[in-house]
Design a protein around this ligand. Structure first.
Ligand code: SF4
Length: 617
């Protein structure tokens, strides 16, 4: 099959063995690439019940079928592993150039297994792959690490690396490349547990497509469609730095640990403020004309000198809403710290908001917080906590475990204030005011991820596949299924989620897949939808094999029992009332049992009958 390299690289850090292997042809037909390869190979490679931080866990870094081509917004890459934060599946997606470079090196993915005895890094070219001692790199932050590798191997080097937080095994440490991160689920933590500091690649563009002429024509159509789309033009100008303008207006911008849906003095963090006062540059991922990464600098005040190639929407929220601060300078400084230290901004901000509420409730006091006053608005305490989390110092050592484990350690009823699903901290959309988004958190196989099946209908008013009432519950189960399956098939690409806001066209995508690979079926949207459904089902089976079922498909108690306080927005008073009815309907549409387990009929229908014995066990 053209388009994909047909090969993956297996690197065993325990033995030092490195091997290039062929991708199974049936897997390529059934799962196409990217995310499909991720779950397919992780499922078959990983034994159930292993400790995610042991040498038995494996780390998969994958590009997509279209990665490295001239197609727009498709060179993102993914990480698959078992999460040390949740014990469930980990799926995380990142941008920049690393995925394209991996393709140029001749591989669709890398499987890292085992554990090195001491810190190492991997250097990969088209002809060679070597494991090197990383004694000089260990302890360096992600920026320093990438600079060190560029000095050693030249400016054409692209690296995915970890920072000090992953070295300390903070459970939500990220993998960083350029200034983009595979942030969610603790993928960096798994890399740190293997003593793997970085994977650096030097390679030149070299991709064979089945029909390059047809492919180029489709790229032209794609670019024309982008230029004619208002959503695209807005994204090109602002990235996601204006999403808070929308979510705050809708009353779904979570504030004070998900008690309110609007922030006071909102105008101070409006998107236009970022652009007017702090923006200093713009950058993007490989082959994406949107260049939606916005760089910001602080030139005066206590945070003078802070510079971040961000924050994007989730990080804008993470360092304002949870502690109810409207200090943009502190947000930029916090974002820079997290990127340098290698922390997931969502889990970090969420855990800090959790600590602030515990302090307010008297469950934590100054003696517990190393003298920090965790009072709303205190952004300098937030900055101090980020450093403590990354170094596992004092209260930071507890918060580094994630909100679920931290609550169990703290006790005194702290569980009620831990805002997570399956152990993954909730992001910047309030479930009570955007319920399909909330139910997506509930049923996502990685925990509370906004991007597992983003409810664009509720946030941006998209009417695909139909109009949606954002306060409806079980009535929208079909929308949650639709969003999750569509996301799954886009991520065989790997298509950027943001393209959904620009009227992303599945028909062009399908034709691109067919032109790239020569497989005509990939142009058929029904075929792609079936692949998306297959991916989500196998991801569910992965979790079932790990012991997950209906019981874990839930939301924090607050969402089910406390009305949302939106400060006079339309969602005021909303709660999630019919979780059980939603789950019944969602499972029924998916063809799963009442316990949330894919039925044998559904698995056979999807060609996944080979997992049935695992489920029975
Ligand atoms: S839209 Fe932004 S995040 Fe997405 S691929 Fe383009 S530059 Fe990267």
């Amino acid at each position: 099959m053209a388009g994909i390299t047909g090969r993956f690289l297996r690197i065993n850090l325990s033995t030092g063995e490195i091997r290039s292997e062929s991708i199974d042809e049936q897997v390529a037909m059934d799962f196409i690439g990217g995310r499909g390869f991720g779950i397919s190979y992780l499922y078959r490679e990983l034994a159930p019940d292993i400790d995610p931080l042991s040498e038995h866990n494996k780390l998969l870094l994958l590009n997509g079928v279209l990665g490295g081509t001239a197609a727009q917004s498709v060179s993102r890459w993914m990480v698959y592993t078992k999460s040390p934060l949740t014990g469930a599946l980990a799926r995380s997606c990142a941008g920049a150039d690393f995925g394209a470079w991996l393709k140029f090196a001749g591989y669709d993915f890398i499987i890292v297994e085992g554990k090195a005895e001491r810190p190492v890094y991997v250097h990969l070219t088209r002809d060679n792959c070597q494991i090197h001692d990383a004694g000089d790199l260990w302890g360096k932050n992600t920026k320093e690490t990438q600079e060190w590798l560029s000095q050693r191997y030249g400016i054409n080097t692209r690296a995915a690396c970890i920072g000090p937080a992953a070295e300390k095994l903070v459970r939500y440490a990220a993998i960083v490349t350029g200034r983009r991160t595979a942030g969610r689920c603790g993928t960096g933590t798994v890399m740190g547990s293997k003593n793997l500091k970085a994977i650096a690649i030097n390679a030149e563009r070299n991709i064979q497509l089945h029909d390059p002429v047809a492919f180029q024509q489709l790229v032209k159509e794609q670019i024309d469609a982008y230029k004619a789309n208002k959503g695209y033009l807005h994204h090109e100008e602002y990235g996601t730095t204006t999403t808070q303008d929308i979510t705050n207006d809708l009353g779904i911008f979570p504030v004070q640990n998900y008690r309110y849906g609007r922030i006071n003095d909102y105008e101070k963090i409006a998107g236009e403020e970022y652009k007017r006062k702090f923006r200093v540059g713009q950058f993007g991922c490989y082959s994406c004309m949107a260049t939606c990464g916005m760089a910001h600098s602080v030139t005066s005040g206590p945070y003078a000198g802070a510079h971040s190639e961000g924050p994007e929407y989730e990080s804008i929220w993470a360092f304002t809403g949870p502690i109810e601060s409207t200090n943009i300078e502190a947000t930029i400084a916090a974002d820079q710290l997290c990127d340098d230290l290698g922390l997931d901004t969502i889990s970090t901000g969420n855990c800090i908001g959790f600590a602030f509420e515990l302090y307010e409730k008297g469950i934590l006091n100054k003696g517990d917080t190393d003298g920090l006053e965790l009072t709303y608005g205190n952004h300098s305490a937030m900055i101090a906590l980020i450093k403590k989390i990354a170094s596992r110092e004092g209260i930071g050592d507890i918060l580094a475990e994630g909100s679920k484990r931290a609550a169990a350690t703290i006790g005194k009823g702290a569980e009620a204030y831990a805002m997570h699903v399956k152990g993954l901290e909730m992001p910047a959309y309030e479930p009570r005011g955007a319920k399909s988004q909330g139910f997506n958190y509930v049923t996502s196989n990685i925990g509370a991820s906004h991007n597992y099946g983003y409810a664009r209908q509720e946030v941006f008013g998209a009417v695909i596949p139909r109009e949606v009432d954002r306060f409806a519950e079980e009535e929208n189960a079909d929308i949650v299924v639709y969003n999750q399956d569509r996301t799954a098939f886009k991520e065989v690409g790997v298509v950027c989620e943001f393209t959904g806001g620009w009227g992303w066209l599945p028909e062009i995508f399908g034709k691109m897949l067919a032109a790239a690979t020569g497989v005509e079926q990939f142009a058929d949207i029904d075929y792609l939808e079936r692949v998306g459904e297959r991916i989500v089902n196998l991801e569910r089976v992965f979790n079932v094999r790990e012991g997950f079922n209906r019981e874990q498909d839930t939301l924090p108690r607050r969402m089910l029992s406390e009305p949302l306080l939106t400060r006079r927005a339309p969602g005021d008073g909303q709660m999630v009332k019919n979780l059980d009815k939603f789950l019944d309907r969602y499972y029924q549409i998916r063809g799963w049992t009442k316990e949330g387990v894919p039925s044998s009929e559904k698995l056979n229908e999807l060609g996944l009958g080979y997992v049935l014995n695992d489920i029975k066990r």
